[in-house]
Design a protein around this ligand. Sequence first.
Ligand code: PXP
Length: 249
Amino acid sequence: MITDKMRLGVNVDHVATIRNARGGKHPDPLKAAKLAINSGADSIVVHLREDRRHISDDDLINLMKELDKPITLEMAATNEMVDIACESSPKKVCFVPEKREERTTEGGLDVCSSFSSLQEYIAKLKSHNMDVSLFIEPDVDQINAAKELNATAVELHTGEYCNAFDSHDVLNIQKELIRLEEASAHGYNLGLEINAGHGLNYASVASVSKIKQITELNIGHFIIGESLFVGIEDAVREMRLLIDTARQS
Ligand code: PXP
């Protein structure tokens, strides 16, 4: 359903990244998640990576126990991760591609080439009452495959758009926005929920917020980075305001 309200999922992985630089318990992703929720986040996003470089298994357990807003668990499409999801039962699971050597998720999943394993995983997660999203490029073939797999949602990768935005490349900003708009309309018409994210910041968020078929943005690195200067509450509030203002314009 197209709504005026855009949901904001705040990814707190990089609070864990800072903690993990020293070990110990500080700063605590749970505390950051609670502050983000109090400041306007609709959900909390975490990526349990195979190498556990961000959040840990215990973080996931604590977040599930303590938070009163939905959690989206990003994870690789593996047996280990599907078992963890079934045990912890977050509201939504988002499958992302994962490579050990990458710094962050690079590009979307190739849904078409891992169709049969995804089919099995999605059926299992949905039978445990979880929504399943696939993080993909804004590409018609990927969206069609996601629909065939009975995914609940797709999360459109905004990385190329954000790269163009950060390098002030006006032509590519337009090109990537059109890709996002067309993919959003296509997925929406197929009945998929449309989410988007990756690389968004205060400057690039407005244009994506105006795409009415997109109902959720997931944003992490910029918000956590900005929190160093203004605190997480102000960073989330500012992002929320920019999204809401663009959505209503
Ligand atoms: N969505 C997905 C599927 C991601 O993998 C990430 C990065 O973890 C994000 C959104 C958030 O991206 P960023 O941290 O660049 O805001």
